[in-house]
Write a protein of this length. Structure first.
Length: 98
């Protein structure tokens, strides 16, 4: 897969439970010269929102999705970005309509 290309996620019906909602937060640490391209890649992810970016390369963001597997898929793509030094999960919440 070419660098800075975000793939789409197409879950099979077995992977998604009806009325499921997930939100997860992460802190990434990027090489300074790659901050702009990494933040651009994050913003291309459906359900992702960047909340803070520091001059030192720390990026705080969340991803909202209909399944944990979908969030994991996007994180697996991001962790291979050449400019990413580390990626730490901070929080994950799972809710249903029930």
């Amino acid at each position: 897969m070419p660098e800075n290309t975000v793939q789409t996620f197409s879950p099979s019906p077995a992977n998604v439970q009806p009325n499921e909602y997930h939100v997860a937060s992460f802190v990434g640490h990027a090489i300074n010269k790659h901050i702009a391209e990494l933040t651009e890649e994050i913003t291309q992810i459906e359900g992702a929102e960047i909340h803070a970016v520091s001059d030192e390369g720390k990026i705080v963001f969340t991803i909202e999705a209909s399944s944990q597997k979908k969030i994991g898929f996007f994180i697996d793509q991001l962790k291979h970005h050449i400019g990413l030094l580390s990626l730490s999960p901070i929080y994950h919440q799972f809710l249903t309509e029930e």
